[in-house]
Design a protein around this ligand. Structure first.
Ligand code: PMP
Ligand code: GLN
Length: 379
């Protein structure tokens, strides 16, 4: 058949996780926590399942969860949201991203993507007939060159897709980044999708600046969040989309036919769980300890790196060690030393090899120590 996505194969996350499992390697490739979530959260799900909360939830999410998400937004970002018409519960950030793109991108519309970008953005644009316009991020820190964004904007630009903290680099947008984006688009009809799934994972005292905090950006942005990342339950596929009422209305038109609604007992459990803010406010410290442990150990490996600013990924470069492609090296390290990683070429539009691997450090300390011992052996 004539494929609608001729250039899309199996995602690298599936490929590397399978290879890691086949080889019995430590899996630092696909981004998911290698430890259990809080047992209290499991008890809550259990409680609601047993109490009969097992039928369809309201399309936009149960009211109490939407309220708790609005409370979190107030507490963390000091922004007031109307939980009735500015907050929607979704089945994972991937769904939110797809629904937002589908809600606003028409055939022939240009969508600006930063390059490298998370792998679900380009297919979502393609399936809606949009045209991706790539703006390369600046090496080595993957920051934005705003002059390049300015030249990429045209009369047919419909949307800009932002990701902060950034996967795979961990780069965290600054206030200047937000202000410059706002200046560039304030007199246009350009909308923004902001992927903020790592909003609670930032390091060294850095604060995540949600686009919802910016008065200009807030009026035109879909902010996508994920409880999978925040509460160590990536398999639950539950998150949210924050957007002003008009955009939320369009977003929900798509959401209601994409998934309609999201697992009911998970929504009740998360609503209760969110009532205690320390459960997400402690996340930066929790992950900073892991990032520091991982980076300390990496110093004894031959890799070069700058500690990540945010996310649960650490990039390392090896151009000084080997001419192998990043894909070949990540496969070889999985097979020969037993540590799986992600070759970051997969995130680039042209698949260019920058000789950089990405490791996920959302793992038990004991597992990180074993992986680091192995990585020291690399020649
Ligand atoms: N965006 C980014 C940048 C991600 O890294 C991920 C997943 N790891 C997602 C979106 C998807 O989140 P979810 O699992 O909630 O769909
Ligand atoms: N977002 C995760 C990562 O970057 C993977 C999610 C997935 O496998 N789709 O590793």
């Amino acid at each position: 058949i004539l494929s609608k996505l001729p250039n899309v194969g199996t995602t690298i996350f599936t490929v590397m996780s399978k290879l890691a499992s086949d080889c019995g390697a430590i899996n630092l490739s696909q981004g998911f926590p290698g430890f259990e979530c809080d047992p209290e959260l499991l008890d809550l799900v259990n409680k609601y399942m047993k109490a009969g909360f097992n039928q369809y939830a309201p399309m936009s999410g149960i009211p109490v969860l939407r309220e708790r998400i609005a409370d979190k937004t107030k507490l963390v970002y000091d922004v007031d949201l109307n939980s009735e018409n500015e907050v929607t519960v979704v089945s994972g950030a991937t769904e939110a991203l797809y629904a937002a793109v589908t809600a606003v991108v028409r055939r022939g519309d240009e969508v600006i993507l930063f390059d490298p970008a998370y792998d679900s953005y380009a297919p979502a644009i393609a399936l809606n007939g949009g045209i991706p316009v790539y703006v390369p991020l600046e090496m080595p820190d993957f920051s934005v060159d705003w002059e390049k964004v300015k030249s990429a904007i045209s009369d047919t630009t419909r949307l800009i897709m932002v990701n902060t903290p950034h996967n795979p680099s961990g780069y965290v947008w600054t206030q200047e980044d937000l202000d410059t984006l706002a200046d560039l688009i304030q007199d246009t009809d350009i909308l923004v999708v902001s992927d903020e799934v790592y909003e609670h994972i930032t390091f060294d005292g850095r604060k995540h600046l949600s686009l919802v905090t910016h008065p200009t950006l807030r009026d035109r942005t879909f902010v996508c969040g994920s409880f999978g990342k925040t509460f160590h339950v990536t398999g639950w596929k539950i998150g949210y989309c924050l957007a002003p009422p008009q955009l939320t209305a369009e977003f929900r038109k798509v959401h209601q036919f994409l998934t309609f609604s999201t697992a009911t007992p998970l929504q009740y459990a998360l609503a209760d769980y969110l009532a205690e803010p320390s459960r997400y406010l402690t996340l930066p410290d929790y992950y900073q300890q892991k990032r520091d442990l991982f980076c300390e150990g990496l110093k004894e490996s031959p890799f070069k790196f700058t500690p990540a600013q945010g996310s649960f990924f650490q990039m390392v470069s090896y151009a000084h060690l080997s001419k192998e492609s990043d894909y070949d090296l990540s496969v070889r390290l999985t097979k020969e030393i037993g540590v799986a990683s992600i070759p970051i070429s997969v995130f680039f539009s042209n698949k260019k090899d920058h000789k950089i691997l990405r490791f996920c450090f959302a793992k038990k300390d004991s597992e990180l120590y074993v992986a680091l011992d192995k990585l020291k052996e690399i020649k």
